[in-house]
Write a protein that binds this ligand. Structure first.
Ligand code: DQQ
Length: 470
């Protein structure tokens, strides 16, 4: 019973109840968006993984469908782990990892890859030929999961997350009909730097003239302000030739506290859309007391510019806008309380940096009247960084995250607050920060403040957003 749940989001996809983690099987199929996700329906913790399922016409309004995959069969005794979906000649087909625990105390398990198909797009049948890849290549370790499949020059290709000698790597497979696969070799591997011991949820696709390998490494080491989480989603950009990927350095994709296991897909408009899990293994999850945990991020369109991945909230999200509040240009010397209160809001702000002399400035969001709670976004003109500080953002949360930003004539800020989440998109998605926050429902203030000088706000706008998800 979630009727008492206060942290539920208004416009982000969540499981109807229980636990959710990775987005799985994202696909645009028969003119509809299908999203699956790692799901434990019986309680709000990670358990034997199922695949939850929802559909949408517009990436904004979602309808829940019955659970698509449940574990416990011969090849997936302990869980149906992450994977992807393809359109196989009009048949919606899932590829997923079977997780099989051998000994819980000793943490021994094996993982294999499997297929399930659906005639009606709702009910799925596991293939009698499972497992279609029974085990990792000879001599490799047992971490072998998260198949992402795509069509390339008439045949199927798959990347799978793996590890060797405590270093992450991605394996490449090839197939003609999804039930038999041949191993093509290591597509990319850890280069000795700080790149983690296991590369979860790989995704590989062309974008512009290059290829992008997205991945979610486990075991990234903290470096000062950076990489505060052991888990971290990032990417490589490079050239893909003859089953080899010549890649650049590991880059972070989102600098917030809660963004992991991102997956992408191509939609009917040929956009490359990414959705992540908006929580994180390390995160406090006070919503568990309410019987649920985890949500999707907003869908974001990916664009590549100068080797850098931009994430822009998809245009369809304008449908969420209910009330518009104009924020005409003004000079702010100290602080200004915006005529926009609430916890389900969007702000689209432009700061004229050439007419701003402050050493810094920022926004306070979900602010309590007595100042006892606030989520702070601070722009530092000297270090040219942005910091998202959630140390006073409510129940259980701590910590700051800092990211470098471009500091040109204008700073463009688009941010979405949704009760227990914040997503900040700077300069058209060049820098993105996604975090969960847990303020009291009464903390609704929004304030722009300056530090040591003035800030020039250009014509800006705020919106109160609709609740479209229960
Ligand atoms: N989550 C799944 C795995 C994946 C991990 C299990 C990433 O397949 O590697 O729920 O969060």
């Amino acid at each position: 019973d979630l009727s008492q749940a206060t942290y539920r989001l208004g416009y982000h996809l969540m499981a109807p109840s229980g636990w959710m983690n990775d987005p799985n099987g994202l696909i645009y199929f028969n003119n509809q968006y299908h999203a699956f996700y790692q799901h434990h329906p019986y309680d709000p913790t990670h358990g034997p993984m199922h695949w939850g399922h929802a559909i949408s016409d517009d990436l904004v309004h979602w309808n829940h469908l019955p659970i698509a995959l449940a574990p416990g069969d011969r090849c997936d005794q302990s869980g149906c782990f992450s994977g992807s979906a393809v359109d196989d000649n009009g048949v919606l087909t899932l590829l997923y990892t079977g997780h099989n625990v051998i000994n819980r105390e000793r943490d021994t398990f094996y993982q294999n890859q499997n297929v399930a198909r659906s005639i009606d797009g709702i009910h799925f049948e596991k293939s009698s030929q499972n497992p279609v890849i029974p085990s990792q290549p000879e001599g490799m370790q047992h971490h072998f999961r998260d198949p992402k499949v795509w069509k390339e020059n008439g045949s199927w290709k798959m990347v799978v997350g793996s590890t060797e000698d405590e270093r992450g790597q991605v394996l490449l497979y090839q197939s003609d009909q999804l039930e038999t696969w041949s191993y093509e070799g290591v597509l990319a591997k850890h280069n000795g730097g700080n790149e983690g011991y296991m590369w979860e949820c790989p995704d590989f696709f062309p974008l512009g003239d290059e290829h992008v390998l997205l991945l979610s490494p486990q075991g990234i080491q903290t470096e000062g302000d950076r990489y505060q989480n052991h888990h971290q989603t990032g990417y490589f950009v490079g050239q893909y030739k003859k089953n080899q990927f010549e890649r650049g350095p590991f880059k972070e994709l989102d600098y917030g506290h809660d963004f992991y296991a991102v997956q992408t897909f191509l939609d009917g408009k040929n956009r490359r859309i990414a959705i992540g899990w908006m929580d994180m293994w390390e995160s406090p999850m006070p919503s568990q007391k309410e019987g649920w945990a985890g949500a999707f991020t907003l869908p974001r369109e990916l664009l590549l510019k100068n080797g850098h991945l931009y994430m822009k909230p998809v245009d369809e999200l304008v449908a969420l806008r209910e009330t518009e509040i104009k924020l005409p240009s003004r000079n702010i010397a100290n602080s200004w309380s915006l005529p926009l209160q609430g916890q389900k809001i969007e702000l689209v702000l432009a700061i004229n940096l050439s007419q701003t002399n402050a050493k810094g400035f920022g926004l306070k969001l979900a602010q309590a009247e007595d100042g006892s709670e606030e989520t702070v976004l601070f722009f530092n003109a000297e270090t040219k960084t942005v910091t998202l500080d959630r140390s006073r953002a409510g129940e259980g949360v701590t910590g700051k995250r800092t990211a470098p930003i471009s500091w040109n004539d204008q700073l463009h800020i688009q941010l979405f607050l949704d009760r227990s989440s914040i997503e900040v998109f700077l300069n058209d998605g060049e820098t993105v920060l996604t975090s969960r926050i847990y303020p009291r429902e009464t903390s609704r203030g929004t304030e722009l403040f300056t530090f040591n000088g003035d800030v020039q706000l250009e014509d800006s706008v705020g919106y109160v957003l609709k609740t479209v998800i229960a």
